[in-house]
Design a protein around this ligand. Sequence first.
Ligand SMILES: [Zn+2]
Length: 670
Amino acid sequence: MDNPLLHDASLPAFLSIRPQHVEPAVRQVLDENRRGLQQLLESGASGWDGIVVPIERMQHRLARTWSPVGHLNGVANGDELRAAYNACLPLLTAYHTELAQNPGLCAAYQQVKDTQYAQLQPEQRKLVDNALRDFRLSGVALDPARKQRFRELMERLATAQAKFDENVLDATNAWTRAVDDASELAGLPAAVIARARAEAEKNGRDGWLFTLDAPNYQAVLTHAENRGLRQDFYTAWMTRASEQGAAQWDNSALIEEILGLRHEAAQLVGFSSFAEYSLATKMARDPSEVLQFLRRLARLCRPAAQREFAELEAFAGTKLEAWDVAFHSERLKHERLAVSEEELRPYFPLPRVLQGLFAVAQRLYGLRIEPRTGVEVYHPDVTYYDIVDANGDRRGGFFLDLYARPKKRGGAWMDECVGRIQLGGDAALPVAYLVCNFTPPSGQRPSLLTHYEVLTLFHEFGHGLHHMLTRVDFPSVAGINGVPWDAVELPSQFMENFAWREEVLPLISGHVDSGEPLPLETLRKLQATRSFQAGMQSVRQLEFALFDFRLHAEFAPARGSRLAATMAEVRAEVAVVRPPAFNRFAHSFQHIFSGGYAAGYYSYKWAEVLSADAFGAFEESGIFDAATARRFLGSILERGGSRDAMEAFVEFRGRQPELDPLLRQLGLAA
Ligand SMILES: [Zn+2]
């Protein structure tokens, strides 16, 4: 069978890929890679050219085969494709574990380090160091019994984390709130009320029936005038999967187990805590650096947060409980700022925004971004663009897939279609997927964006530039590959800053009927929303981050997690809105107990500091200053994961990151 997933053309053959191609292609590449690896190790191949280059090429081949599958599963999902996709996941996991725990392969990388390191380029050294670090983190060096134990811990952890998720989901789904008296609905958006009415009908009852999903929860807390309704929702949401609800969904024991398993696994491979293990792959150096960072930021934000909360209570004219804060904040915001996202839409027709975004990239980096016709796409809404630099060289390209449609996952993201490689016969330029879920055009009218959606587009484009402008030839450290988790949002959040600036506004806005750019006065109001309650929002994020980090840094098997005590201490230290004693927020904190943010929630703030500080350099020199842009390109965007993230930042900024630019951006500077 001719399998289009195995073609090596520069772009995927989207028109011929079918679900039945997926598993055979993946199996074939995995088999070939396994055979290739075995031959390498048996033949005694060694050194950079003998070991590292062939492994890089194998990984590139696998990534190229899998990338269109993963992408189509996200944007053109169907039963057959999903089944094929799911059938491959365990095959891929098993392969990656085999590779990461292969002592022969690890020894071959170690030999490169021991014998060739001095002659290697810095980015080659970084690649080797990363590989050796990852071998260590996977337990490659353990004796057989411990290696077995490490694998057991990882498998048990995967099960426990999945169960944590399920409990949150089941506890959430089990709760409903009936409303019989229409007056209780005052303030709620019509769409939310209509959903509750439909739910009641479905259950054969009069009145309204609310389920406990995030949109309902947000809507009630923000808009319901009825305080009792808000309190009911708050109580249900903040006690999900805890000992206050049904016993079968109580996450209390799982939290202890998950923390215990992580701690033991970290100790097995030589770290004193899971927090240290987590930082082994991040930009932050050690736990004390993270704790100092969070505490310093908290000290700087807390006075503003206290002021904002006092002001909110004065506005509300009463003492506020946790379930009152969002409601009164919304009213205060409306009274003070009088700008609504919906009113801004006509000023941001998508074609205009896109043209402006490309113009910004041209002014900053001299890039020309040109649509290319004749490229195979998987949906008529999708377009392909080439990126050509100031020297006229093609640097890469991207598929742009912007509109919501059925069978497409929600949200927005950038993903790798093809990674850059220039190695022994393999040569490919980087290609990205940029995906959003904007409202499709209707008739002659283009898609009209809110300003928030404009920011989303800039954000994903920032990730895209990081991937596409890379100059690194080795896939595992090119583009966003090998970039630490707490630094990967630097180029994306950095790019968002441009969409707030008055210099950029005439480029990206033009009223759909009149062509007039967004009035400066409206922009000023919009800019003011950025700092509205910025102190309160910051200390809330810092509360979560500090809680997560201390939990993983301080865990001791004999003592257990000290979950409630740690939470209480963190709140006493940073929180302004003090939740009621029954609050069990941790029991549904999926980011850290089942997602990828364990001892890493701080990354949100960390990357915000980096991106605000990087943009500060542009504010100082003029936001289109050519020399500054060249430095950002050369030190950050083109270098990908091929160098230490802090070194790269310092090279660009001339010093270590500082907190001030973020504080200024949020209106919190002293
Ligand atoms: Zn992002």
